[in-house]
Every structure is written in C-alpha cells, then in structure tokens.
Ligand binder design. Structure first.
Ligand SMILES: Cc1ncc(COP(=O)(O)O)c(C=O)c1O
Length: 402
C-alpha cells in the first residue's frame, strides 16, 4: 500500500463515520463508463453502478459537459420553489413528458429518502388519515419516515417508535384487503431491490391500484432504484400499465449528482402550496447543477435508447448467469438490468462476493436478503465489456467450493 493510500485509509477510518465493520475501502482515483480505478491503478467493473446511479455510466461526457456549462452560470440561488431556474424547469418538463398518466408536477428533493418523506407528507395531508401500508422485503431509505416503511426489524427497532405502518406480503393479492379507509398511502417498489430483486406476479400491481382506488389510499411507487430505464421501461410500473398517485425518483435522476423527486398530478401537488403555503420546502432540492446533470443524463438515455438496451441485455445476463452458475444458484431472476442471483446459503453468497471483488468486480448481496447478489450494471456497458465480465464471473463460479 502506498504511503498516500495508507494515510488516506487511516483518516477515512478515524474521521469518516463508519457504517459497517468491513467497508470495501477502494481508494478511488477515477471512474468512467462501467469502470472504476483505484489509486494503485487497479481496474474494477462496477456491477452496482454506484447502487443504481450510473445508468448512463460514470462521468458520462454529456453529464460532465452540462455540469461544466452550468457551474459558472449560477449554483444555488434561492430556496426551492422561489426562483425560475432553467435546468430545474427543463428537467421537470422532461420527467413530465416521460412519466405515465398525468404525473406532470415535480417536487425536487436531494435524495431518495427525502423524496419518500415528501410523498408521505403529501399522502397524509391529502387524506388526513393516520396509517401507511408497506411490504415485506421493502426498502425506502433511512430517515425516520422511510425507515418506518422498511421491513427489517433489526434496522427499525432501535429507532422506534416510528410511523404507524402495516407490512403486507409482497406480491400477494389476497392480502390487499388489509387496505382500508384508515390508510393514507401504500408505498411499494414495483420490483423490490434490497428485498432480493423480487418481481411480483402480473396481477399484483393492477390489484393494488384497484385497492387504493376503492379506499382512497394514495398509491406511492418508489422507483428510486427501478426508474429511468433500469428495468427496460422508463418506469417499472409501465410493465403492468399501472399509474401511481405519486411517483418517487432519485439515484439515476441526477446523472451522478444528488437529486430526488416526487411527482404527482398538478391537482394533487397543489396541496403543497396551499393551507398552509410553504408546508414543504427545501433549501437545496433541485439544485441547478444536479438538474443540469440529470437533464443531460435523461437526454442521453433517450438518444441511446437505454430502456430498450436494458430490456435486451437483461435477458442475456439472466441466460448467461443461469448457465454459468449451475448448481451454486437457486435462481437467477430480474427485470431488465436489475438482476438477482440467489445462492443456497449466506456463506456461499459471501464467498462469491469476496472472490468476485478480488477478481475486479464490484458487487454485493442485498440489504435484506444475504443470499441474493443484486446486479445493476451501467446500462452503457458495451458488448465487449459484457463478454469480459462474463469471463470473469465464470472464473469466480469455477473457484467456488461445493
Ligand atoms: C427503492 C429505494 N428507495 C429509497 C432509497 C433511498 O434512497 P437514498 O439513499 O437516496 O436516500 C433507496 C436506496 O437504496 C432505494 O433502493
């Protein structure tokens, strides 16, 4: 380890609040497209896209140019909602154009969890009801409102009491009769990510829409991970033709800069300017740099037809992984380029991840399922790079014991 690297790692351990006993500790030098390089020149394929962020690739040239163009014009000007800022307005209009139904009014936040908090407040204010419904295996972020929606008691209990939330089994239509007129909102990932990449049966989302319509509960789709092309459609809900009341976005939305959003009809979103005015504001939400970057990323994704590429490539990945995983894998499943490999034990999963990392692949198991490795490769990964990654993965599978 070089002296610089060693002292950086020491400072990281001492001064940067740690979230786990075993961080990867890659000392990053640079990143481009599907790859990250460390300061010792080691090259990694990023099969996580910075956890679903770098769909258009790391340091996408269009995104970098948009940041360079915007930075000298203005950075933060005024609190969100007061000034007319071109990158923010244009990104909102682009999201409105792509979003299903009449989801055409956007509230910009800084992150996924913050956008979820806004959606919860909006559902409460619209319905004046106390309860929320969420799903077993779900993950929606780590601030106190979002945390209440996360089905993992180990993460939730140290912070209770939290919001009143009832968890239903994900994908089970028969459980939806628990949704009644005391429910303000139902929060669901169309395809669960941290829950182990779970795709529900085809009747689930339409039935959930009907249950919300029947009771007046607002349907909140958390597309923080699944949105913006990742699953083969701009929004995963489009696989089932369902339009939510509130659509929540983040991660890829900023093209690599921090940005979140929740989106609703103009009529619903008026709740936030009225009775009382200013009842939901943010200083930095919709920052001009993030919006300029996000707009460039969306335009790039549109031009390069990344949702279509995600759909095609997802099929190739599932087929190849199933073939190479053999008896080590219980199942390979996915939706576009959100792919899960389920192993037979947590030990085998951890062994696979360790070996893959040593072989130059950044990947990991999901937060709520320690037997599922989730892959969210950059949507711009070339065919040649994909073949190279498959070659490395084959070697990793061959090295597994048992
Ligand atoms: C589905 C989903 N919702 C919400 C979040 C929270 O987003 P953030 O980390 O930007 O707060 C995440 C983060 O991984 C997520 O996967």
């Amino acid at each position: 380890m070089s002296a610089d690297r060693k002292s950086l790692v020491e400072l990281f351990r001492r001064h940067v609040c740690q979230t786990s006993p075993a961080p990867l500790e890659i000392v990053i030098d640079r990143a481009e497209g599907s790859k990250i390089w460390d300061v010792d020149g080691r090259e990694y394929f990023d099969l996580l896209s910075g956890i679903g962020v770098a769909g258009v690739g790391h340091c996408n040239p269009d995104v970098v140019q948009a940041i360079a163009d915007q930075a000298p014009r203005y950075l933060h000007s005024l609190v969100y909602g007061e000034a007319v800022e071109q990158p923010q307005v244009e990104l909102a209009a682009k999201v409105a154009e792509l979003a299903p139904g009449d989801l055409s009014t956007v509230f910009f936040a800084n992150s996924g969890t913050e956008a979820i908090e806004g959606a919860l407040k909006l559902a409460r204010k619209r319905t004046r009801r106390p309860r929320f419904i969420a799903f077993e295996g779900g993950y929606h972020g780590d601030t106190t409102g979002s945390l209440a929606l996360c089905d993992n008691a180990a993460f939730r209990e140290p912070f209770e009491p939290l919001l009143e939330v009832e968890f239903l089994p994900f994908g089970e239509v028969s459980a939806l009769d628990r949704i009644d007129t005391s429910v303000a909102g139902v929060v669901v990932e169309p395809v669960q990510g941290e829950g182990g990449v779970r795709v529900p049966p085809d009747d689930f989302h339409p039935a959930l829409r009907r249950a919300c319509d029947d009771t007046g509960a607002l349907l909140i789709h958390d597309e923080v991970m699944t949105g913006l092309g990742r699953t083969g459609r701009w929004f995963a809900s489009q696989h089932w033709g369902v339009v939510p009341d509130i659509l929540v976005l983040a991660k890829a939305l900023g093209g690599g800069l921090p940005l979140g959003a929740f989106v609703g009809t103009p009529e619903l979103m008026r709740e936030l300017s009225d009775d009382p005015p200013l009842c939901h504001v943010t200083t930095f939400g919709g920052h001009p740099l993030s919006c300029a970057a996000g707009l460039a990323a969306l335009r790039f994704a549109e031009r390069e037809r990344l949702p279509e590429r995600a759909e095609q490539q997802g099929k190739v990945w599932v087929e190849q992984l199933t073939a190479m995983g053999g008896e080590h894998l219980v199942e390979v499943r996915g939706c576009g380029m959100l792919i899960g490999m389920e192993f037979s034990s947590p030990e085998l999963t951890a062994d696979f991840c360790r070996r893959a990392f040593e072989a130059g692949l950044i990947l990991n198991w999901t937060l709520h399922r320690d037997t599922v490795v989730r892959l969210v490769p950059p949507l711009v990964m070339t065919d040649a790079e994909t073949d190279e990654v498959f070659g490395i993965l084959e070697g990793v599978f061959r090295g597994l014991s048992g």
